[in-house]
Design a protein around this ligand. Structure first.
Ligand code: PEP
Ligand code: MN
Length: 259
């Protein structure tokens, strides 16, 4: 069976920490996701950081933790790949879906390799929008993966650079209807990297659902203050539960369910 990240009449919630730090951290997050009846967990093992001195992720061991704990709670797992080495590791370690981050949207040789290497499995690929890329450049980047053999792709709007720096990035909510109008690909909205701050994450998530997004990505950490990466934007488990409750109400009014 080929996994799909999204389903008609449903909104996929992809929640989890920015970076996988240890098994206990991920266990707490997965337990909560499972208790809410959701099905996907995210967590970074190879982290593309601005500074080489910042935490770079646990690497292959991070994928092991993600696979094992997702499995324990019957969840599907998604994690970023940054090159063919991490892609092979992610597939070997049975990560269920791979993410290409904003910094790699224009890494065309990686996009080609992802298409070729996932050709047989049709493993779901989440392609984030480059932070300075137009929608049309992004839709063109998708073709590199598709033309090389994998069309099981979900796009992900995660905020773009504008003159305004009130938020970490500017969430381009209009990308949701535009992508639906111009392509057949489902679209996810990553509200955490756009917001940069946890207090505005709920508003962006509700707006993204109302705009017609097929999936929402939210960073969640049992103790955001101690996070090794992106602490200020991560929701704690209680905040996440409250947000899921609100998202369920908006989704319900659109006759969709959260998954
Ligand atoms: C992430 O999702 O962990 C991430 C680094 O996102 P982005 O590529 O959007 O910055
Ligand atoms: Mn992050």
């Amino acid at each position: 069976m080929i996994n799909k990240l999204t389903k008609k009449n449903a909104i996929t919630i992809i929640a989890g920490p920015c970076a996988i730090e240890d098994a206990n951290q991920l266990d707490n997050v997965c337990k909560t996701i499972n208790s809410l009846g959701l099905s996907w967990v995210r967590g970074g093992a190879f982290k593309p950081r601005v500074s080489p001195h910042s935490f770079q992720g646990l690497g292959a061991y991070g994928y092991d933790i993600l696979h094992n704990i997702a499995n324990k709670y019957s969840l599907l797992s998604l994690s970023e790949v940054v090159d063919t080495h991490s892609l092979s590791l992610a597939l070997d370690k049975k990560i269920d879906a791979v993410q290409i981050g904003t910094r790699n949207m224009t890494n065309y040789s990686l996009l080609k390799d992802v298409g070729k290497i996932t050709n047989i499995t049709q493993c779901p690929v989440l392609l984030k929008r480059g932070m300075s890329s137009t929608v049309s450049e992004w839709l063109s980047a998708v073709e590199y993966i598709k033309e090389n053999g994998n069309n099981n792709i979900t796009l992900c709007e995660r905020g773009i650079r504008t003159f305004d720096n009130t938020t970490r990035f500017t969430l381009d909510i209009s990308a949701v209807p535009v992508v639906h109008k111009q392509s057949n690909y489902p679209i996810c909205v990553d509200v955490s990297h756009a917001a940069g701050n946890s207090d505005i994450v709920p508003s962006l998530a509700l707006a993204a659902i109302a705009s017609g997004a097929d999936a929402i990505m939210i960073e969640v950490h049992p103790n955001p203050k101690s996070a090794k990466c992106d602490g200020p934007q991560q929701l704690n488990l209680e905040q996440f539960k409250r947000l899921v409750d609100k998202m369920q109400k908006i989704a319900g009014s659109l006759e969709k369910e959260l998954m």
